[in-house]
Design a binder for this molecule. Structure first.
Ligand SMILES: Cc1ncc(C[n+]2csc(CCOP(=O)(O)OP(=O)(O)O)c2C)c(N)n1
Ligand SMILES: [Mg+2]
Length: 549
């Protein structure tokens, strides 16, 4: 067995797992890991952001657009604490992110002396925002924890995992065996239950499919499409699951049409989804409606809505099985294309009526290619795009999921662009959220990450200000923002900055950005925007309540 330092063992294990990119920010406890990365610099690209939270978000953007684990490396204590909002976001979005962090020296862990970056029970703390976390205590243990981390990332429901390695372990040499990566473990699902599901679906007169982020993480979009087409079943995609079926597909629907579609369904298949609606309320079925649920995480099957046929399985394998089996039971159905198209038209009318968001959204739609990756944010245009932007490809539209993490969008987009150098990546921001990570403009320039950043500047935490005005007799507090000129700021950082007025200005700015190379920031001054969502949601919630049992 070769003798390696813990740092070398880490890098060799990562290489063996196929890691080619790491988002990392160094510090003394990680010196021996970073020196090993120096030796491997031809095989592993190290992208260093300006704050650990960005390292975590970038790893998430990398992971969610490729389906491959995104890896980040940060110092212990304050460094890894800085990255916890990113871990929480990746957790919410079932994203395969590996957080590698340091520790204080092995002999001091748990003593409470007060040494650099010491926090009590770092592993325990991180267990709340990860699926699995472990420490390597010798160089020989390093590949063991790395390989187990990757097994966790590639098995069942992917969620972030964490490993920590004390500095003395990174520095010391020992005998190290680098193992072979284990193949992904995918749950096949109980054949009897799959047969029951196929029978129910095949015999259904009006089947409906609810598709969540699990379909994207497991890469099951072709199987989903085949099954939906075989059944003529509309597919309602969750916010985190958009792109599984192209929005232009006859059967593709988003959650806004659920209140219309759900009451008409006799058999519902929910796959890789939490089964909550646009208002995060559990999706309830009426008496007589049959529910089949497929999820790689068996605990999920007992959450929100119980199924008649619960199937613990990977979406790709289970949907593939259903495609094979359903033909034996299926029958011809009256095509519902006219009805489904009418629903989409009504929804489009509603969304297009929400100005000025709709016109800005239209500018994005017309300028971006179908394979562009769009990263949304907690901002007025982001809320609109979550429903109104037509997502045509899987793994191409990212949000911060139920975490609603303001500021996540820009660094997630940076990671997505690093992972997809040949695709256009556009990050949509408000002035408030953007400045959570404004320092990463330097990262875009230094690492030549050619994304397009749009910043809608209303001089406010606009959402907060509007709620304050409407609910508290016009009182506003802590919601006004005094900003720099974002276009000029971008130029100072060394990238192209454009100031765009109105939707047509945005369209022209996007054209200029996408025709060129290198990173571009487009600043769009805007006024307050009306909240279109609440009105639509309330109306839909009423409809849903009327349809449920
Ligand atoms: C980490 C985090 N902090 C605070 C919030 C609360 N919050 C939600 S939206 C918002 C304002 C966003 O302002 P901006 O990015 O400028 O978007 P705008 O609403 O003005 O379009 C705030 C503070 C949050 N969602 N996440
Ligand atoms: Mg704002």
């Amino acid at each position: 067995m070769p003798r390696l330092t813990g740092g070398q063992a880490l890098v060799e294990s990562l290489k063996r797992e196929g890691v080619g990119t790491i988002f990392g920010l160094p510090g003394i406890q990680l010196d021996w890991a970073f020196d090993a990365l120096y030796a491997a610099r031809d095989q592993i690209r190290v992208v260093h952001p300006r704050h650990e939270q960005a390292a975590g978000y970038m790893a998430d953007g990398f992971a969610r657009t490729t389906g491959q684990p995104g890896v980040f490396l940060v110092v212990p204590g304050p460094g890894v604490l800085n990255a916890t909002a990113a871990l929480a976001t990746a957790y919410a979005c079932s994203s395969p992110v590996l957080c590698i962090t340091g520790q204080i020296s092995s002999d001091l862990i748990g003593i409470g002396r007060g040494v650099l970056h010491e926090i009590d029970d770092q592993l325990g703390m991180l267990r709340h925002v990860t699926k699995w976390a472990a420490r390597a205590s010798t160089p020989g243990e390093v590949p063991i924890v790395v390989h187990e981390a990757f097994r966790q990332l590639r098995s069942g429901r992917p969620r972030p995992v964490e490993i920590e390695i004390p500095p003395d372990v990174l520095q010391m040499s020992g005998e190290v065996r680098i193992g072979q990566p284990l193949p992904p473990e995918r749950l096949a699902g109980d054949p009897e239950k799959l047969e029951r599901a196929a029978t129910l679906l095949g015999r259904a007169s009006s089947p409906l499919i609810l598709s969540g982020g699990g379909v994207l993480t497991s890469g099951a979009w072709e199987e989903l499409r085949a099954l939906a087409e075989a059944l003529e079943a509309p597919v309602v995609m969750s916010d985190n699951g958009r792109g599984a079926l192209p929005q232009s597909h006859d059967l593709a629907q988003i959650q806004f049409t659920l209140p219309d579609l759900l009451p008409r369904a006799d058999v519902v298949l929910a796959v890789g989804t939490k089964m909550v609606d646009f208002a995060r309320q559990p999706i309830r079925l009426a008496t007589g409606q049959q529910l089949i649920r497929i999820d790689a995480d068996p605990t999920q099957l007992n959450r929100n809505t119980l199924a008649d046929v619960p199937i613990a399985a990977d979406a790709k394998l289970a949907l593939g099985e259903l495609v094979d089996r359903v033909g034996r039971h299926s029958h011809a159905r009256t095509p519902r294309r006219a009805e489904l198209a009418a629903l989409k038209r009504a929804l489009a009318e509603e969304l297009n009526g929400a100005e000025p968001q709709a016109s800005f959204g239209q500018a994005l739609r017309t300028q971006l290619p179908d394979d562009a990756i769009v990263v949304s944010e907690m901002t007025q245009l982001g809320y609109w795009c979550n429903f109104g932007y037509p997502v045509e490809q899987p793994r191409s539209y990212l949000t911060s999921g139920y975490q609603g993490t303001l500021g996540a969008g820009f660094p997630i987009a940076l990671g997505a662009q690093v992972a997809n150098p040949d695709r256009r990546v556009v990050s949509i921001n408000g002035d408030g959220g953007f400045m959570f990570n404004v320092q990463e403009l330097a990262t875009a320039v230094q690492h030549d990450i050619p994304l397009t950043v749009v910043v809608f500047d209303d001089g406010a935490f606009g959402n907060v200000r509007r709620i304050q005005e409407q609910s508290f007799a016009g009182h506003t507090i802590a919601s006004e923002l005094r900003n720099p000129s974002f276009a000029r700021l971008a130029e100072v950082f060394g990238m192209r900055g454009i100031r765009a007025e109105g939707p047509s200005g945005l369209a022209a700015g996007l054209k200029q950005a996408l025709d060129g190379s290198g990173p571009t920031l487009i600043e769009v001054p805007v006024g307050p925007m009306p909240m279109f969502l609440r009105r639509i949601r309330e109306r839909l919630a009423e409809k849903l309540a009327a349809g449920a049992r």
